[in-house]
Design a binder for this molecule. Structure first.
Ligand code: PEP
Ligand code: MN
Length: 287
């Protein structure tokens, strides 16, 4: 091979052939990614207060979600923007999620925080900006907590799968991929949501794949149609931002759904899910 040619990436543990059956990632609450039942993850971009996360957990559980999302350690472009409530935010989220029978997925930004975040979370989110933070991948791989690995802002599918390979190589087989859009030339949407990777990945890997139409489009009214399209394309679940009052959200308000909009989305999802042989999760604890 000429010296300036990049060798093809060699998938070992993530490749389809390594695991003849598709991996099903199960959280401690029973929520699963990759089975017949979809994983519906919903909640605010950032945990802001006890009232905000409690109201959101109640609303998304009632609407049919089975996992509460929310950021306590936030990766912000500006160092002057809200950075998250940290461990206090995790405490608030854990209480709200448990009260409503939901699992918790939340981002871990720093390898030194993996243990602390694992004490509160059922699933560790590795964000787009950290997809190739290899120290973080290694630490999350050692933790044995299920991991949600988001696609990098400009990552190829090969690079994304190699990042997942780090997690599996460290011993963590509970990995879910999340398509959240990539940078494009068009600023009409925040990112370009690449739904073609959903069926593509099904041929390349045994790992489950979910779709995040909130970061994928950046626009609240596009979230419902792209959620339906994601499930129609074969996604194993969704990650959707929901806020009691999107206009006053401290982060990502423009792409966040109201409680009513989220309930309407889940209502429409059942039929699309049925058309592709999937079901919605059983209703959680409605308190
Ligand atoms: C998030 O889920 O709030 C987030 C920061 O996502 P991403 O890493 O995809 O930008
Ligand atoms: Mn966000």
């Amino acid at each position: 091979m000429p010296r300036n040619q990049i060798p093809p990436f060699e998938l070992k543990l993530t490749q389809r052939e390594a695991h003849p059956e598709r991996t099903v990632v199960r959280l401690a609450t029973g929520a699963a990614f990759g089975g017949d039942v979809l994983a519906i993850c919903a909640g605010p971009c950032s945990v802001e207060s006890a009232e905000q996360i409690e109201a959101t957990a109640a609303a998304v559980a009632r609407a049919g979600a089975n996992v509460l999302r929310g950021g306590a350690f936030k990766p912000r472009t500006s160092p002057y923007a809200f950075q998250g409530l940290g461990l206090h935010g995790l405490e608030l989220m854990r209480v709200a999620a448990t009260r409503h029978g939901l699992a918790v997925v939340t981002e871990v930004l720093d390898p030194r925080d993996v243990e602390a975040v694992s004490a509160y979370a059922d699933m560790l989110q590795i964000g787009a900006r950290n997809m190739q933070n290899f120290a973080l991948l290694r630490e999350a791989g050692l933790s044995r907590k299920p991991v949600l690995l988001k696609r990098g802002l400009a990552a190829t599918v090969d690079e994304w799968l190699m990042a997942a390979e780090y997690l599996l190589l460290a011993g963590n087989t509970q990995v879910v991929l999340c398509e959240r859009g990539v940078r494009s030339f068009d600023s009409n949407t925040r990112n370009l949501l690449d739904l073609s990777v959903v069926p593509l990945l099904a041929t390349m890997t045994h790992l489950p794949v979910i779709v995040d139409p909130s970061h994928g489009t950046g626009i609240a009214r596009l979230v419902e149609p792209m959620s339906l399209a994601g499930v129609a394309a074969g996604a194993d679940g969704l990650l959707v931002e929901v806020h009691p009052d999107p206009a006053s959200a401290v982060s990502d308000g423009r792409q966040s759904l109201t409680f009513e909009q989220f309930a309407s989305l889940v209502g429409k999802l059942a039929e699309v899910a049925a058309a592709v042989g999937r079901r919605l999760p059983a209703p959680g604890l409605v308190v």
